[in-house]
Write a protein that binds this ligand. Sequence first.
Ligand code: IMP
Ligand code: MG
Length: 185
Amino acid sequence: MRVLLTEEQIRQRVAELGREIARDFLGKTPVLVGILKGSIYFMADLMRHLDIDHEVDFISISSYASGVSSSGTVRMLKDLDRDITGRDVLVVEDIIDSGLSLSYLRKNLLSRNPRSLAIATLLAKEVPRERQIYVDYCGFEIGDDFVIGYGLDYAERFRELRCVAVMEEEDRRRVDEGRCGLERS
Ligand code: IMP
Ligand code: MG
């Protein structure tokens, strides 16, 4: 599999985003809403680069069945633990593809009347979007490849990779057939 973003590139960019967000939210105590499970590393690293008071909550939605394309419908699997009414909310997402998940989530969260709602995503695919989504903070724009690592999975695997790698169709076939030759370094 081809490395798209190295551990060091990700580390530097997340640190930058943390500084930018801290500046923008100075004097506020935002609630960071992580979207499980892909955002776990981005959330953890971002928090440690966010030099202002903040809280963390998680939400879980599903749009992909288990493969590589969106199923078209979004379901809530786990809601927030806390009320976000009147709060400054920052959604923390791993990747935007069709925009379907975030447009659903945005509407859902806005209906709870937060004071503000901003979106941070580590990755955004440069593809024609089904739903136009305004992203406030974006780590990297990438092509229309299927990627894994740094929280992102293929059928629940490879989240633990420290880099972001492109998974070609041939790689996916190998994994599906159980002959996965992933070299871990
Ligand atoms: P969207 O609703 O099409 O924007 O898809 C967003 C969700 O699909 C993300 O939160 C990811 O969980 C998943 N996803 C989209 N593209 C990829 C990818 O290339 N690799 C792994 N997961 C992806
Ligand atoms: Mg996700």
